[in-house]
Design a protein around this ligand. Sequence first.
Ligand SMILES: [Zn+2]
Ligand SMILES: [Zn+2]
Length: 246
Amino acid sequence: MLEFLRSASVLQVTLFFLLANIVIFTSSVALCWCLGRWFGTRRIFDRWEPLRPVEMAAALGAVVLNSFVSVGGWFLWTRDIIVLKDTGILRAAADCIVMVLSMDLGMYVFHRAAHLSWVYRWLHRFHHRHETTNPISLFVLHPAEVIGFGALMILFLTAYPMSTEGLVAYLSLNVLFGTLGHSGVEPFPAAWGKVPLLRLLGTSTFHAEHHEHPKYNFGFYTLLWDKLFGTLDPDYERRFRQDTTE
Ligand SMILES: [Zn+2]
Ligand SMILES: [Zn+2]
């Protein structure tokens, strides 16, 4: 696969990433819908946000923009500005953890900045049209936010020589956490709320609360930065217990 991408033309790579992003979008929507059915007794919201044409258009736009950002990353990789390494499983796991924590911090900072009143009005309010969520909420973003997230990821990859497997694991986790956070149900086991490291994971309740109370919970994958900077919803633990009680 990597050999094909190395030698492919811009057109081939663009089509490849477009197809890959359509598969990611479809899988995320399908998983969200399945989670809603499998965990119907653990609802965070009473209903899903209605599907509106402008938001469906934005979601499709995000799929196209994500493909262009991927092509940008590919271009830097073919010029060795982004370096990917073939490593063992342990190094891949370590790289994945480094990328999750670094991206979580970067996204926390940009997400808090996006809630400054003028930035919010211009940029981020569009995502918050969804007070509850639905299966496309993850992709209902202003185009500048899609490019901003992609740019942050590319910036990280230019600074950190990442293991290929670690990058694939990170990208998979990114879609999984984004899907969970907008699923409107809480699939995480109640017991995880008491286990030291697991209780720091960003649950569905964690991001759902951000849609309800936008002044809390700015992180994405972990509660770490919100705990550290004092922006974790004080009601979070009670709400998680409530959402995991069938
Ligand atoms: Zn959201
Ligand atoms: Zn927000």
